[in-house]
Design a binder for this molecule. Structure first.
Ligand code: PLP
Length: 423
């Protein structure tokens, strides 16, 4: 199966006249269609709500598109909470799924009326200290330990993950929280990242639903929501089978009917905190080939680098690359596609079969819409790129300008680089 870019070469050339490469561009139509389908897939659950994981793509214009489909914000830092507040997502539109949390952030979330999802049992005291008392509605994050195995093998290793509480701690935490006045409880867990299987959510739902039944029966607490968190993946590889969100929704529905409904828990709301699934396929990094080098291997240097997209350097992640206008040409060459950082892992692709690339060719790096721009940094004094939105009407809107040197030097409060340059 070929991966099709949402831009043609002609459209990209037209955009580049106004906004030079590199830039991230997002496809509004794709984002909307996907959000609509997610909503439909969980429409069987009355209280269903998606809290978009803000860290994946912290851009107010993009999150506002998701707001049209009832999405809230899943935050885990001060600035993410600030973005949420700024776009009007407050109160129960905020899920604060943080870890290693500073007291001030609990306090800020509390003031916004957001739902605090505790990563650790010691945070009960922390929230009390920060906020004066516990909110009426709170949630705890569960870590079952061990390894998670599904039909396609070992998926992840929660036993090695820093997040969440043990089962014993969850019982203890709920007991204490109830004593301290919490009236409504939620349960959360995030076991595996980027799962490309329809089994993951139903498997996780079963674990959490059974735990919820046991908590309700042993402690007589009201469980009002279960948060399946993130983790639904996307097919980065061109031959990977995409997830079927309707099969996933139905899979969770079946477990809900089997486990919760017989216990009279048919009013429990299902929450999700998807990031990657909501945005990754609908963003791309567009970059121009500016250097070629023939040594022990064939290199193509582009004007983007790991600062713009860190996943390949950080995890060896695969991002498909299309050379715009050469979609139908034979994959006759083997290239490393590199950025300009003084770091040998600054490669968007290694030994990738691609058509012959000429200088000035435009490369479309797929699936950068989540954990792409947002993971960026400023190594080598490189500046972060612009973000553009390809709107449904075909027009392109600048939704974040590119950084300039002034931004980069702005935090030297007592040292004006421009002043020295001109003296
Ligand atoms: C990162 C994160 C998410 C989103 O994960 P995806 O893999 O993008 O779906 C959701 N919840 C929490 C707590 C996270 O840290």
């Amino acid at each position: 199966m070929a991966k099709t870019p949402f831009l043609t070469k002609e459209k990209a050339q037209e955009i580049i006249k106004e906004f030079p490469t590199p830039f991230h561009i997002y496809d509004e139509k794709g984002i909307r269609q996907n959000a609509e389908n997610l909503k439909k897939a969980f429409a069987w659950n009355r209280g269903y709500k998606e809290y978009f994981a803000v860290k994946a793509t912290p851009n107010p214009f993009l999150i506002n598109i998701l707001r049209d489909y009832g999405c809230g914000c899943d935050c885990s830092s001060l600035t993410e909470l600030m973005i949420s507040k700024a776009i009007g997502a407050v109160g129960e539109d905020i899920m604060f799924s943080s870890n290693d949390t500073p007291l001030e952030e609990f306090k800020f979330c509390y003031e916004l009326g957001g739902i605090i999802n505790l990563d650790d049992i010691t945070h009960i005291d922390a929230v009390e200290k920060a906020c004066g008392k516990l909110p009426k509605k709170m949630s705890c994050r569960f870590n079952p330990g061990g390894v998670i195995q599904m039909s396609n093998g070992i998926m992840d290793n929660p036993g090695d993950a820093k997040y969440g509480m043990t089962e014993e701690q969850i019982f203890e935490a709920f007991r204490i929280m109830k004593e301290k006045g919490v009236e409504e409880f939620g349960l959360h867990s995030f076991l595996c990242s980027n799962t490309v299987t329809n089994e993951y959510y139903p498997m996780l739902a079963e674990i959490l639903f059974k735990l919820a039944v046991s908590l309700k029966n042993k402690l007589d607490v009201k469980i009002s929501f279960i948060n399946l968190s993130g983790g639904i993946g996307i097919p980065y590889l061109p031959d990977a089978e995409p997830n079927d969100i309707f099969a996933i929704g139905e899979g969770v529905h079946k477990v809900y009917n089997d486990v919760l409904v017989p216990e009279g828990m048919d009013d429990v709301a299902i929450f999700t905190e998807l990031g990657r699934y909501m945005m990754a396929p609908y963003g791309a990094l567009v970059t121009t080939a500016i250097n070629e080098k023939h040594i022990h291997k064939e290199y193509i240097g582009v004007d983007a680098c790991a600062v713009n997209l860190m996943r390949p350097a950080m995890y060896g992640a695969y991002h498909h690359i299309t050379v715009l206008g050469k979609e139908n040409e034979p994959l006759s060459e083997t290239y490393d596609i590199t950025g300009s950082l003084c770091e040998n892992n600054d490669k968007f692709a290694v030994d990738r079969r691609l058509p012959k690339i000429d200088m000035g060719d435009i490369l479309f790096i797929h699936d950068t819409g989540a954990h792409g721009f947002s993971m960026g940094y400023n190594y080598n004094g490189k500046l972060k790129s612009a973000e553009l939105l390809l709107q449904e009407n075909g027009e392109v809107k600048l939704i974040r300008r590119a950084e300039n040197p002034k931004d980069y030097f702005a935090t030297f409060d007592c040292f004006d680089v421009f002043d020295k340059l001109n003296s």
